[in-house]
Design a binder for this molecule. Structure first.
Ligand SMILES: [Zn+2]
Length: 269
């Protein structure tokens, strides 16, 4: 089952001292350098606010983080980038042929390297070489084995891709991109048909980025995120990254036939 409701566990967590909080931020593998900067600034401002009445910690943090690019408050960008959301993989982008991964349709004949013909406006007999071309010499050790071309190794076409098919994971809603070249358009169409039903039933993707502020501080983060990221909408899995299901938790539970083996004491049988 997906845990779609964030656990109201914030009050139950024991309150950390400031050094403990700093240590927790540094030990948290999810916290990158910008998120760390933001969390520490807010932590510092919260600590300050305890001693000075009427100080809004978020306002103090915003002032402490300063300005970047001459005008924008650094705080605004860092908060916007902590908005919990799903970031698809690089390969799922809308790439042109130069940026996309090679065609993954199966290869039927082994790939053989063919040198490109030297373009010449004249016919070969008319071209006069100033000096004879040297023989190509390749220096290799005695135990050298020619490397297997990656297209042959993986049995894929590998040509420049033009068609993208996105496949959604039925458990997590996360996207995998499949790319095909112009020659393998039919293959792309077939894969597209295969994944259509699965994609339609796929859940909203589990967020994989942001959501760290709610792990450390209690506030109306939904309002704060919306303010700095206007088109953002809250994921149904909750704002706090601690509450998001892992891939294993998101997997539909299947019960095998071997039940209750763990609880069976063979001595008693
Ligand atoms: Zn291809």
């Amino acid at each position: 089952m997906l845990r779609s409701v964030p656990a109201p566990a914030q009050e139950q967590r024991p309150k950390k001292t400031f050094p403990e909080f700093v240590a927790a931020v540094y030990e948290d593998p999810r916290v990158g350098h910008e998120a760390r900067e933001l969390l520490l600034a807010i932590g510092y401002a919260v600590d300050l606010a305890k001693r000075e009445d009427g100080v809004s910690p978020l306002k103090v943090a915003r002032r402490k983080l300063g300005v970047e690019h001459g005008r924008m408050a650094r705080y605004d960008r860092l908060v916007a980038s902590d908005a919990p959301r799903y970031k698809p993989p690089h390969a799922a982008g809308n790439w042109g042929p130069s940026g996309a991964p090679g065609c993954q349709a199966p290869r039927l004949r082994p790939y053989v390297f063919r040198a490109r013909q030297t373009p010449s406006p004249l016919d070969d007999e008319a071209v006069v070489l100033l000096r004879p071309r040297p023989e190509t010499v390749v220096h290799v050790g005695p135990d050298h084995v020619d490397p297997v071309d990656y297209r042959n190794e993986h049995g894929i076409c590998g040509a420049n891709s033009h068609h993208r098919v996105l496949e959604k994971d039925p458990r997590t809603g996360w996207v995998t991109a499949h790319w095909f070249c112009k020659r393998h358009k039919d293959h792309a169409d077939r894969v597209d048909d295969q994944v259509r039903a699965q994609n339609e039933q796929a859940p909203e993707p589990i967020p994989n980025i942001g959501g760290l502020l709610p792990c450390y501080f209690k506030a109306d983060w939904e309002k704060v995120y919306k303010h700095y990221r206007p088109h953002w909408t809250a994921p149904k899995y909750g704002l706090c990254a601690d509450d998001w299901p892992t891939v294993d938790e998101a997997a539909p539970r299947t019960y095998g036939r071997l039940r209750a083996i763990n609880g069976l004491d063979l001595e008693d049988a």
